[in-house]
Design a protein around this ligand. Structure first.
Ligand SMILES: [Zn+2]
Length: 377
């Protein structure tokens, strides 16, 4: 559809080589501002930085309507990358991009950003009419979707949109689980492990007994649970007074998410309640503080929804076959959907993301650009 692949490649490389670990997206935001202002767009930044701690806010880019009477649509990418992300150098062999060193490449999510820039350049250059469109670039996606969670909703006019943020090609993500982050804080009683162990209550032992009883991993076809981090204790000769157990539960069904989260809590509580001191030596009892934070809400898009119909129609004009799939993780799209804005996720071709092996092919970015262009035109 007239995409300039070499120009796309050079913008992609430039973007990747501007380091932007979460909370340090400012330089990428500045680059995008200058690019889009030069293209005649209206660019604004919200004040989410106060909440996220990033060095910039989320960016909103609005292009003047260019002739086509269509429902307004937005595209979203996140500006941050996971670590290691300092000193990124891009290596290109033929049409394959990787990082040259010990960092991620950052195609997650800069491939999407580069595609959005190239699509608009092509539309403008070739005077192709397109419908109303906004681009939304978020901060801190990789650290708990913080940018999207703090987003100024009133700045978005479109009611449907697409996040360019998935591996694979010709894939549309139509569903993603909700997730709860849990923290079980167990308090015992410290005591000298050699001199007076009878007077202590080991928080680590209680936690271990509870964890051993938990059902973890895949709980059912649509739910998972994990304990991922444990911190506690101070020295080998001290009965540990406290331990923090961090984990998560995910499910595509909200009632199951609640049920599994409650079960996890019940197991910890049960171990605390069943602690006994038959000889009455210990001066106190163990306690539990079980905290649950909703990490992100569930995402479920109907096949008949406007957002899915529009991408399907676009694919038809390209003779492209799209796979509609359900993802196992949350992203900014979960947040948009929970705010009443339909948002599907489109793949960009990126692969082995969140690793130094991350890679992407130029032709796949080109196919993604064709699909975005078809959605707009
Ligand atoms: Zn991403």
């Amino acid at each position: 559809m007239g995409i300039n692949l070499e120009r796309l490649a050079s913008v992609f490389t430039a973007l990747c080589e501007i380091d932007s670990p979460s909370k340090q997206e400012g330089r990428v935001a500045a680059y995008l501002k200058s690019v889009f202002v030069e293209m005649g767009a209206e660019v604004s930044e919200d004040d989410s930085a106060k909440q996220t701690g990033s060095d910039c806010g989320n960016l909103f880019v609005r292009f003047p309507d260019e002739g086509l009477d269509r429902e307004p649509v937005f595209f979203n990418c996140h500006m941050d990358t996971v670590l290691p992300a300092i000193g990124v150098k891009v290596k290109r062999e033929g049409e394959v991009f990787t990082s040259a060193g010990d960092t991620v490449l950052g195609s997650d999510d800069k491939a999407g950003i580069a595609v959005l820039i190239e699509v608009m350049r092509t539309l403008q250059e070739k005077n192709i009419p397109y419908g109303p469109v906004e681009y939304i670039f978020t901060t801190c996606e990789e650290v708990g979707l913080m940018g999207a969670k703090a987003l100024d909703l009133s700045a978005i006019k479109a009611k449907i949109g697409y996040a360019l943020d998935s591996s694979g090609i010709n894939r549309v993500i139509v569903g993603a689980p909700a997730a709860n982050r849990i923290t079980a804080e167990i308090k015992g009683i410290a005591s000298h492990a050699g001199l007076s162990p009878e007077k202590g209550i080991s928080a680590i032992h209680l936690a271990a007994k509870a964890i051993a009883r938990l059902k973890l991993g895949r709980l059912d076809p649509e739910s998972t649970a994990n304990i991922g981090l444990i911190t506690g204790g101070t020295a080998t000769n001290i009965i540990p007074e406290s331990v923090l157990v961090h984990g998560e539960v995910r499910s595509h069904t909200v009632s199951k998410l609640e049920e599994y989260t409650q079960k996890m809590k019940d197991v910890f509580q049960d171990e605390i309640d069943n602690w006994t001191d038959p000889e009455n030596i210990v001066n106190g009892k163990p306690s539990l503080d079980f905290r649950v934070v909703q990490e992100y809400p569930v995402m479920q898009l109907d096949k008949e929804s406007a957002v899915i119909k529009r991408v399907k129609e676009a694919a038809t004009t390209l003779d492209a076959e799209l796979d509609y799939v359900v993802a196992g993780g949350g992203s900014d799209a979960n947040i948009f959907n929970s705010l009443g804005i339909q948002c599907a996720i489109i793949s960009t071709g990126m692969d082995k993301v969140h690793s130094t092996q991350e890679t992407i092919k130029l032709s796949d970015m080109g196919l993604t650009a064709d699909l975005v262009m078809a959605i707009l035109t």
